[in-house]
Design a protein around this ligand. Structure first.
Ligand SMILES: [Zn+2]
Length: 390
């Protein structure tokens, strides 16, 4: 089988295999270019724009919430909520539960509530949920698919039901991680954004009906409100990261000072200890990104820090090579056996699914085209930096 030599951004370490990522003629990726453009942003003006929006939606007589803030309990949630409180808003915080909530994730949710907010947590039927986890893992290679759907649908549903028109999201992932320019500059989240960039991988909610005993009645919370319902309340969603300079690491420091708890070591498969602490399935999710595209969460994190001048490109490459894409034996201390048992899958079955979704062009294979793995099941990439002649 022909091999594919990955080209990496010459400024950060993002590979050109990432969907929607483009390297320009200088070999610089669009996420790095988008970050460059931040220098031109008039943040004072954007702050004024934000204040005008908040003022418009502020409940004048206090009879309803001023906004919905979708929260996971993570560093960004803390930042969003505390900023809203500082700006005089009365937010209703909404959590759509993760696929497999960790203990540290629960403690951080409790800490978030202690900032002084009303809070709603919506949990979808766990029996149906695990079937969807398994189905999404085997059909589109993403165990976290149901979570990616409900973190968008549930806060919007609550906004409609509670008649709170303003939803304050965190960052626009298309901006920081690289995406089409129009999508990166967008400051609102719509159904269209969700369908295009919400990570649904072409699997539609309606496709699930009839598979593995999943019925329409299991999917109520997975359904985005109708245009009519949205229009009736006038629901609009803004990205806070458009109006305030956004930095995940800065948000983590800020949140820690407000009681947010970090992990005691770098998270497995990642580079840092302060994010993605709430779902034990995330290790599997990140690993599949590595199998499909040759990069994992450590690469994402390294790029954020390289762009902000906190890590050299050379150090980033070394760290990524050591940390990225390791077989996910455990995540936040939860073993893969425990995670797989819940979705009714054996380790052997899991490895077969992994192999099926692995882009063999990116990894070292033997003479028969079979993936070469070390004793821990880890693969080796063909190239982890640009080749010398380029
Ligand atoms: Zn780059």
């Amino acid at each position: 089988m022909g091999k594919y030599k990955i080209r990496y951004c010459r400024r950060c370490v993002m590979p050109d295999t990432k969907p929607d990522l483009h390297l320009d003629e200088e070999g610089i990726c669009n996420a790095c270019r988008s970050y460059e453009n931040r220098e031109q942003v008039e943040w004072d003006q954007r702050k004024q724009d934000l204040l005008a929006i908040l003022n418009r939606y502020h409940s004048k007589n206090g009879s309803n919430y001023d906004c919905v803030v979708p929260v996971s309990g993570g560093k960004d949630s803390h930042f969003q909520v505390i900023r809203m409180l500082e700006l005089g808003m009365n937010p209703l915080c909404v959590t759509s539960t993760t696929d497999k909530l960790t203990e540290i994730g629960r403690r951080n949710i409790e800490n978030l509530k202690r900032q002084g907010v009303d809070y709603i947590e919506v949990t979808t039927n766990p029996v149906a949920r695990r079937r969807i986890n398994r189905l999404a893992l085997t059909q589109v290679g993403d165990i976290s698919w149901p979570e990616h759907v409900t973190i968008f649908t549930i806060p919007v549903r609550i906004a409609v039901q509670m008649k709170v028109p303003l939803i304050v999201w965190g960052e626009n992932s298309q901006n920081e991680y690289g995406g089409p320019a129009a999508a990166a500059d967008n400051n609102t989240l719509t159904r269209r954004w969700l369908e295009e960039f919400g990570g649904l991988l072409g699997l539609r909610v309606s496709d699930l009906v009839g598979q593995e005993g999943i019925l329409e009645q299991h999917l109520i919370q997975y359904t985005y409100p109708s245009d009519e319902a949205l229009a009736q309340v006038g629901v609009t969603g803004i990205f806070l990261g458009y109006y305030l300079p956004w930095d995940g690491y800065g948000n983590a420091l800020f949140s820690q000072a407000h009681g947010f708890e970090t992990y005691h070591q770098p998270v497995e498969g990642s580079l840092v200890n302060y994010e993605n602490l709430d779902n034990a399935q995330t290790g599997i999710h990140d690993y599949f990104k590595f199998l499909k595209y040759g990069f994992g969460r450590a690469t994402d994190l390294a790029c954020l820090h390289v762009r902000r001048g906190r890590l050299s490109r050379a150090d980033a490459l070394m760290l990524v090579k050591r940390l990225d894409g390791k077989f996910p034996w455990a995540y936040l201390g939860v073993t893969i056996e425990e995670i797989l048992a819940e979705i009714n899958m054996t380790l052997d079955e899991f490895v077969q699914v992994c192999d099926r979704f692995t882009n063999k062009k990116l990894f070292v294979c033997d003479a028969h085209g079979r993936l070469i793995k070390d004793k821990d099941g880890n693969l080796t990439k063909i190239n982890s930096d640009n080749l010398a002649e380029e």
